[in-house]
Design a protein around this ligand. Structure first.
Ligand SMILES: Cc1cc2nc3c(=O)[nH]c(=O)nc-3n(C[C@H](O)[C@H](O)[C@H](O)COP(=O)(O)OP(=O)(O)OC[C@H]3O[C@@H](n4cnc5c(N)ncnc54)[C@H](O)[C@@H]3O)c2cc1C
Length: 477
């Protein structure tokens, strides 16, 4: 094994640490600060370079926490009971009710803790997300949040090694004794008394996704960084960690098909669906585009498209609704007929015209008079194989518009099982003595399937605090 001698890196890699944190996103940074607050000497290993540090967390905008009264950053109360009801209403409800209950209770103190560690919030704004009461928005978004946290780490004297990829764990029974870290072309053996794994999900590992989704997975776009390939998760599972959460499960949204394969972030998401119709590449409508208001159902469209032939779909709308949603970042295709738009999208113009004519025939005569984009308006088609149940106006007023869409995978659900102290459980029912997990790598303990906006950052912050604290206590005791 070669040892790099490049100054600062050599200095941190040659030392023994109390707690090594694997990852550089929200859960990792929170874990590091929490471990430090509880007296541990901490090192952070981030696989990315400094520019792209922060994993999926740098793409985020808000966090969802219980607050029993309004705050300067929320328009009103969001009680424990309401958040619990919301959590139970998504997917098949929480995976582990005890851990989910703990997550919500701990979330109450999260915003104050975040502020004390450098985070800044912004007052609620009216806008397309309608989340100002339940969710608290980061001033400057997730990128600013992680930058604040990195600054705090620096002021606390917690070193961060960038471009440091953890590839292996060494165990002595139930105890992790060392990590293998690739850095600057060399592999290093790093000794530690405890490790917090906060390296995200495995959404960027297409062959792993293909185990459950087949070749379709090769057509998915990954909204976050290529680094979240589940290498650490895989190593923990190999070492006997028990898995938690649905292995096939992921959160996904409809993204512009022209987006980069990885790391397109928030700007490639498309908000046009409720305002028009969606056709697959057989020129068929396949789902009720007006099922519910944005953003409640936004997460369903990634999966809907994932189940379509070639994992591609096309949204069409007309000039009556153009401008009512966030403009797609790569622009839209437009023309003076549906056929003209379809041709540009690579669809058959006559087939697309025919499907949209059939849809228009199901639209109520007074639809446009009753159309109300501010809420579910009940303006429905009738008599179609798949009716559109809200915002169903005819697509008849040029110019017409269209866009190609693919599933954009946000994160995966399957991770490692943990106990109330964030210690990773083993297949045989015991626990690793000094291995802890926080964030997306353990979110399957809380979320079975389905998602509520802002809850990924809640899980990362709550469990990062717990994992860091418990790792430090483990070292101290
Ligand atoms: C576009 C987008 C928008 C989102 N918006 C929101 C939102 O507004 N609110 C919300 O709550 N959630 C949101 N989410 C989900 C949220 O990003 C995640 O739930 C959260 O960031 C997970 O945090 P984490 O720290 O567990 O993982 P990440 O932030 O993804 O961090 C994982 C880290 O591990 C590092 N890493 C990976 N492998 C290794 C290795 N082998 N060695 C060393 N380091 C490694 C990565 O480089 C990265 O730094 C969004 C996600 C996306 C993609």
């Amino acid at each position: 094994m070669r040892h790099s001698r490049d100054g600062a890196a050599a200095a941190v890699l040659d030392q023994d640490w109390d707690v090594v944190v694997v990852g550089g996103g929200n859960a990792a940074l929170v874990s590091a600060m929490s471990a430090h607050d509880h007296g541990a000497r901490v090192l952070v290993l981030e696989r990315s370079d400094v520019t792209f540090r922060g994993g999926n967390s740098r793409h985020t905008r808000n966090i969802r926490c219980v607050h029993e009264a309004g705050t300067p950053y929320n328009t009103g109360a969001y009680t424990f009971d309401e958040m619990w009801k919301d959590l139970c209403g998504i997917g098949t409800g929480p995976s582990d009710e005890e851990l989910a209950d703990l997550t919500l209770r701990e979330s109450i103190s999260v915003p104050a803790w975040m502020t004390a560690h450098g985070a800044q919030f912004q007052p609620p704004l009216a806008g397309v997300l309608h989340l100002g009461r339940t969710n608290t928005f980061f001033l400057g978004g997730g990128k600013a949040l992680v930058n604040h946290y990195y600054r705090t780490l620096r002021s606390l004297g917690i070193p961060v090694l960038y471009q440091a990829k953890v590839t292996e764990f060494e165990f002595d029974g139930d105890r992790c004794t060392a990590l293998l870290v690739e850095h600057a072309g060399a592999t290093h053996r790093l000794r530690t008394k405890a490790v917090v794994t906060a390296s995200g999900g495995f959404e960027a590992n297409i062959p792993w996704l293909a185990k459950y989704w087949g070749d379709a997975a090769y057509n998915y776009l990954i909204r976050g960084p290529e680094h979240n390939d589940g290498l650490v998760l895989g190593k923990l599972l190999e070492a006997g960690a028990r898995s938690a959460g649905e292995e096939k499960g992921f959160h996904s949204v409809a993204c512009d098909a022209r987006s980069p394969k990885f790391d397109g972030g928030i700007a490639t998401r498309l908000d046009c669906i409720p305002f028009g119709v969606v056709l697959n590449n057989r020129h068929e409508r396949f789902y009720d585009e007006g099922e519910d208001i944005w953003p409640k159902r936004y997460a369903i469209w990634g999966r809907n498209i994932a189940y379509q032939p070639d994992q591609i779909a096309y949204a069409y709308w007309d000039s009556k609704v153009q401008g009512m949603f966030l403009p797609p970042m790569y622009g839209v295709f437009s023309g003076d007929s549906i056929g003209a738009v379809a041709t540009q999208l690579g669809q058959d113009p006559e087939a697309a015209e025919a499907t949209i004519a059939a849809y228009n025939a199901g639209v109520a005569r007074d639809a446009s008079g009753r159309f109300d984009p501010a809420g579910k308006d009940g303006v429905s088609t009738s008599g179609l194989a798949i009716d559109k149940t809200n915002w169903a106006q005819a697509i008849d007023t040029g110019p017409f518009y269209g866009i190609p869409m693919r599933p954009g995978i946000t994160f995966t659900y399957m991770g490692v099982q943990v106990d109330r102290e964030a210690r990773v459980r083993r297949e045989d029912g015991s626990r690793f003595a000094n291995v802890f997990a926080a964030g997306e790598i353990m979110s399957g303990n809380i979320l079975s399937s389905g998602y509520m906006a802002g809850f990924g950052m809640t899980i990362g912050t709550v469990w990062g605090r717990i994992a860091g604290r418990e790792a430090a206590i483990h070292v101290r005791d």
